[in-house]
Ligand binder design. Structure first.
Ligand code: PDD
Length: 287
């Protein structure tokens, strides 16, 4: 079934959507994106994602082409027109399509950003078998660039890492730099150790996850302490529990790291409880 997608002001069937071959995202990965989940037809943490979009755009000096009301209206119309109950809205803003390939940025007064949004239908997104079983991850060297805090469409290495995990019979990869876990291919990495949650601090080494921020708030409300610091693979393997957070996975248990079981090798109580609290709070505040 054909979806309705949004391209530069128009709502069109997906087969009719067109972007220039000179688009800077196509030629240079010069674009940023956001993924917002939809539960019960409503947007989860919309304002969090919009705030990070602004941050990514600012970092790359791309003007934000739309205001909050317009962004919200597009998200809502796509969710409604495509009948999305559970799923995702993908949003991409690029530096646009100047008439040629050139390393220098084009003048923003003559080259407007390209805006593309589409939905992905994922029935039962919050009730996944993976959340009940937990994920197995491998670890790989983190060889990405140094501005991982900007959510760019430059995703080749995370895709390669995901394929390495699949070839190893696992679900995902955690990336490691100087012996410390940075993050997952498309998620933030956490452990529960010594009665506390541990996740890497926010700087340019990792993406500042919107789900990560929400889970920090949930942890604070339930009185669970959070330490923001790097942890090693060995510490994660010896932890009581491990999990990841992202807009599409929410809070997802990790039960094995490089073949070593984490805790009892099944999703642990802290992770399961955090997932419940997170989903409850997010559904209550969905737009
Ligand atoms: N990925 N780290 C990386 C490298 C990510 O790509 C993502 C999100 C996260 C988690 O961020 P958030 O909680 O805001 O989703 C962390 C999205 C879901 C994706 O690429 O599909």
């Amino acid at each position: 079934m054909s979806r309705t997608v949004y391209v530069n002001g128009d709502y069109v069937p997906e087969q009719e959507a067109k972007v220039s071959i000179f688009d800077r995202a196509f030629l240079m990965a010069d674009g940023v994106y956001e993924v917002t989940s939809v539960l019960g037809g409503k947007l989860i943490d919309f304002d969090g994602h919009l705030a990070r979009l602004q941050r990514s755009l600012d970092a790359l000096e791309i003007p934000n082409p739309l205001g909050r009301a317009a962004w919200l209206a597009i998200h809502r119309r796509l969710v409604a027109e495509n009948g999305i109950d559970d799923g995702l809205v993908y949003l991409q803003v690029t530096r646009g399509a100047p008439g040629d390939r050139d390393f220098a940025y084009p003048d923003p007064d003559t080259t407007a950003p390209t805006v593309v949004l589409f939905t992905q239908n994922k029935p039962g997104l919050a009730d996944s078998a993976q959340a009940r079983a937990g994920l197995k991850v491998i670890t790989v060297e983190d060889i990405r660039w140094g501005r991982r805090d900007i959510k760019t469409v430059q995703l080749l290495y995370p895709s390669m890492a995901k394929m390495m995990a699949k070839k190893a019979g696992c679900d995902d990869a955690w990336m490691v730099e100087d012996g410390f876990v940075t993050e997952g291919t498309s998620n933030n990495a956490w452990i529960a150790s010594g009665g506390k949650l541990v996740t890497r601090q926010r700087n340019t080494d990792i993406l500042h996850g919107i789900t990560r921020a929400a889970v920090m708030r949930c942890a604070a409300e339930t009185g669970v302490g959070v330490e923001e610091r790097p942890f090693t693979v060995a510490e994660a393997q010896a932890a009581e529990e491990a999990f990841i957070t992202s807009a599409s996975a929410f809070v997802m248990p990790v039960v094995a790291i490089d073949g070593a079981a984490v805790g009892a090798g099944v999703p642990g109580p802290v992770t399961r409880r955090l997932r419940e609290i997170y989903l409850e709070e997010m559904r209550a505040n969905a737009l």
